[in-house]
Design a protein around this ligand. Sequence first.
Ligand SMILES: Cc1ncc(COP(=O)(O)O)c(C=O)c1O
Length: 430
Amino acid sequence: MDKLAVFGGQPAVPRDQRSVTWPIITEEDRKAVLNVIDSGELVSNSDTPTAVDDLEARFAEKVGVARCVGLSNGTTALQIALAALGVGPGDEVIVPALSFIASGLAPLHQMAVPVFADIDPVTFTMDPEDVERKVTSRTAALLPVHLHGMPADMDALQQIANRHSLAIVEDAAQAHGASYQGRQVGSLGNAAAFSLQVTKNLPTCGEGGLLTTNDEALADKIRMTRQFGEIIEAGKPRDYISYHLGWNSKLNPIQAAFAASQLSRFDDYEQRRQANVSAFLDRLRPLAGLQVPAERPGSTHAWHILRFRFDPAAMGLDGVRPTALRGALRRVLRAEGVPLSQYQLMTLPQQQVFQERTGFGRGYPWAALEGGSAPDAGHPVAEAIIEDSLTLQKRHLNPDSGPLLQRYADAFEKVWGNLDLLAKLARAES
Ligand SMILES: Cc1ncc(COP(=O)(O)O)c(C=O)c1O
């Protein structure tokens, strides 16, 4: 049996084969950016069409929705969606307990209170049963996250939303191209937010966001909200009248042109990624005690992040604590050349911002809740996942990463062939 690299053996992933880039930046991407600079159309509140209009039209078509609005980033897209739907002080928004911090901050930015629902142990998306338990007379919206690229359980959530007259804002920041029962994510709720931040499956050269919706009136309102509440119409000079509360949250045409150029290659990359990731996961699935990312029946996963859970008992390592096993696996697999990382160190509700509730000061927005907020009983599934899982990010997004992923699979198999040594390391860690 091969000696583990952590004990001085040859790493399963040779050092000269580890380098893989994301995003891939081509000559077309560079030209697209330069064309915008040369055009002089450098802001999206122009009265003539810009690269932002072009990206909006193309992304709306890709998602299969009536409208798309370019915004400065995904967090802003979530907040402005909530704003346009009328969510504000005194309201609660139900958010999954495991996500990137922005999913929990967006309601706060609207002076609404995020209420955290636990997640499903396999899909890592919001658990509809816990959502139902968390609905109160103050709940205004659900904010399901298609976490890591896995579509949330939208049918069950839509039924809850219908029963209680709630809006749904999809957080699709990690899920470009994922589909749910034949429909693209981003077309499943009242509105959806996508991030174009440079590490995403559809990246820009920096920061950016897109909001999608089938509601024309909502899209018009959001276009105004991103531009100080003003109406900007093609062919008409700007009149500087603010009709409602707005921000300056526009997407820059340079960022839009880069993302549109990436969008031209998106489907090709996505197809190759699907093949690479599924061949990788097929090799990991037989390993005892390793929970590989699953696909929801009838859905496609965008594989933005691959999260692996480890079960000490199923690995024959009774008595080893999950955190100790996670620490040992991280060390051993990184030594083999697999760059696993923990990503979030805690659940969303455990973050200081939600624990200390300083918010806007003087207890707001929690102080605006009539009757006070309900006590939080914890989120056992999300907490367990934080303790017993590691993630793989970015490398597998490159469509040429197939051979690298096979070397990663070699590394996992090698480590699983040395579970006795892994147990020793884990016990030493505890
Ligand atoms: C689930 C989720 N929601 C929202 C965001 C926020 O997007 P942005 O970074 O573009 O503001 C991110 C970004 O990583 C995310 O992963």
